[in-house]
Design a protein around this ligand. Structure first.
Ligand SMILES: Cc1cc2nc3c(=O)[nH]c(=O)nc-3n(C[C@H](O)[C@H](O)[C@H](O)COP(=O)(O)OP(=O)(O)OC[C@H]3O[C@@H](n4cnc5c(N)ncnc54)[C@H](O)[C@@H]3O)c2cc1C
Ligand code: FES
Ligand code: FES
Length: 492
């Protein structure tokens, strides 16, 4: 298998790399091949943010900037994009970028491991907010720095630096020039031949043909799960099929009845659409990993990966979502649509055949009178994986439960729907005594395991308690959820 050429733009110049193996990470290329050692390796698993870089891509005639973790990003995935590392921010005469100056002035610079990552997240924030004339609130700074950890000291000066950036003289990227160069790279159309080790189709037709021809290739999207198999489990793949550049799968179709989210839509964009439809999901969306992971990872990757503690599936199940699987058979496109909860057959196994890909996730939109909530229980508030996740969607009529769907994570080998508890609730009066019986039913319905995230007893107990919280919230008790508290701990 041939390794295709990778081309991207760094500091205004086109960088060309040859012979990069399919599973070589962007961080390895930066540090070992390009000698850009400003980007650091901390955890090598997407958790700490030391390796944060910023990517730029053309999006509807504008540049879209995304801070991502280079340690779990395959180098081939940045073909055709613009890249900034911490070396690229200062001007040619050495003048610091506002992201750097603000950090220095706020006494926010810390050790050489975490600081470059913080600077790059600040740069991403600068491009996405300051340059657009949007002020950076403390809450926004905290949300956007949630993927950057410092193991030793305080975050206050760094959060202050985020808010100081807008007060410094503005520095602008030459976007017209960059967009022109990106267009040149796009026209070159390199690396689309079928016999390559890293196949990155641009269209759905090309993806389905590639899947049919290479059922043995490892599919990747944002690589935020697969990157860990490579770095931590030392898996190597001879052939990789990257779905992240397929233009049809990067779209969100907004119809009166549902959102049809392409499998390659990033978690950032998918959650933005879901939150626009159901604003109560805002906190939950921000608690899915940290921003750099959400900027790379896709909704399709989360669903296809099928982890029992994956966050989006309980929510999507409760909302009645369906998935569309597609393949090419004898030159014809074949598709099937199924309820999300029926996708899974066991621990990280599903009904997808070797020639199929997940193409769309169809999420019914909010309807008047629905009461839906999702609760994530994890050891750490930010950037942590769920121990238990419970999502519920309720419709009442005349005080009776007309419809209830319940999605659960962390209690079985797959994300599941709590069918027994739904049946116990359906048609009943929505009262405390009904809910207490349903809590008992929910606790009996699953037999979770004990692991490092939580014991079986804790998971069972908390599951019922979350149903009680749902009931209390439905009765107007708002002080029991995290959204009712400000960062300072004062009720809003
Ligand atoms: C630091 C960190 C924090 C995280 N926090 C969370 C969290 O809070 N909640 C959570 O749920 N997850 C979390 N994750 C896991 C991960 O980010 C998500 O599962 C993410 O959605 C995976 O998407 P991806 O595009 O990166 O998938 P990839 O890693 O590229 O792929 C994952 C799997 O899906 C398959 N796949 C991808 N796309 C398709 C497709 N279109 N068709 C068929 N198969 C496909 C791949 O073959 C692979 O098996 C975290 C990960 C990291 C590193
Ligand atoms: S090195 Fe820690 S997130 Fe990449
Ligand atoms: S990790 Fe850098 S100062 Fe704490």
């Amino acid at each position: 298998m041939k390794n295709r050429v990778i081309q991207f733009i760094k500091r205004g110049e086109i960088v060309t790399l040859c012979n990069v193996p399919p599973t070589r990470t962007l961080l390895e290329v930066l540090r070992e091949d390009l000698n850009c050692t400003g980007t650091k390796e901390g955890c090598n698993e997407g958790d700490c943010g030391a390796c944060t870089v910023v990517l730029g891509e053309a999006d509807g005639g504008k540049l879209k900037y995304s801070a991502v973790n280079s340690c779990i990003r395959m180098a081939h995935s940045i073909d055709g994009l613009a890249l900034w590392t911490v070396e690229d921010l200062a001007a040619d005469d050495g003048t610091q970028h506002p992201a750097q100056q603000a950090l220095v002035q706020s006494h926010g610079s810390q050790c050489g491991f975490c600081t470059p990552g913080f600077v790059m997240s600040l740069f991403g924030m600068y491009q996405n907010h300051v340059v657009q004339g949007e002020p950076i609130s403390r809450e926004l700074a905290q949300a956007e720095l949630s993927g950057n950890l410092c193991r030793c000291t305080g975050y206050r000066p760094i959060l202050e630096a985020a808010q100081q950036m807008e007060k410094l003289p503005q520095v602008r990227v030459d976007e017209p020039d960059l967009l022109q160069k990106l267009e040149l790279l796009a026209q070159a159309g390199r690396g689309l031949e079928p016999d390559l080790a890293y196949i990155s189709p641009r269209t759905l037709t090309a993806l389905l043909s590639a899947r049919a021809a290479h059922p043995d290739a490892q599919i990747v999207a944002g690589c935020t799960d697969v990157g860990l198999w490579i770095n931590k489990m030392h898996k190597q793949f001879d052939k990789v099929l990257d779905v992240s550049k397929v233009k049809e799968l990067r779209l969100i179709e907004d119809t009166p009845s549902h959102l049809s989210i392409g499998a390659a839509v990033t978690l950032t964009d998918a959650f933005a659409a879901l939150v626009a439809d159901r604003p109560q999901l805002h906190t939950f969306a921000n608690r899915f990993a940290g921003l750099p992971v959400r900027n790379s990872g896709t909704l399709g990757g989360n669903v296809a990966n099928g982890s029992p503690i994956g966050d989006s599936m309980p929510l999507l199940i409760a909302l009645g979502s369906r998935v569309v699987l597609m393949s090419e058979k004898s030159g014809q496109v074949v598709q099937r649509e199924l309820p999300l909860e029926t996708l899974y057959t066991g621990y990280r196994t599903n009904v997808m055949t070797a020639d199929e890909v997940l193409a769309w996730i169809k999420v019914p939109k909010a309807v008047e009178g629905e009461w839906s909530r999702v609760y994530k229980i994890s050891k750490r508030f930010d950037d942590d994986i769920s121990a238990v996740c419970l999502a519920l969607n309720l419709h009442q009529e005349d005080g009776l439960v007309k419809h209830i769907s319940i999605g659960v994570g962390g209690v079985a080998a797959t994300p599941v729907r709590a069918l027994q508890t739904e049946a116990a609730l359906l048609g009943q009066a929505w009262t405390q005594s009904t809910v207490q019986q349903a809590m008992a039913s929910l606790r009996e319905e699953f037999q979770p395991i004990s692991d490092m995230r939580a014991s079986s007893t804790y998971r069972t107990l908390v599951l019922g308690n979350l149903l009680q919280r749902f009931w209390l919230e439905s009765q107007g008790e708002q002080q029991i959820n995290l959204e009712s508290f400000t960062l300072e701990g004062e009720p809003a």
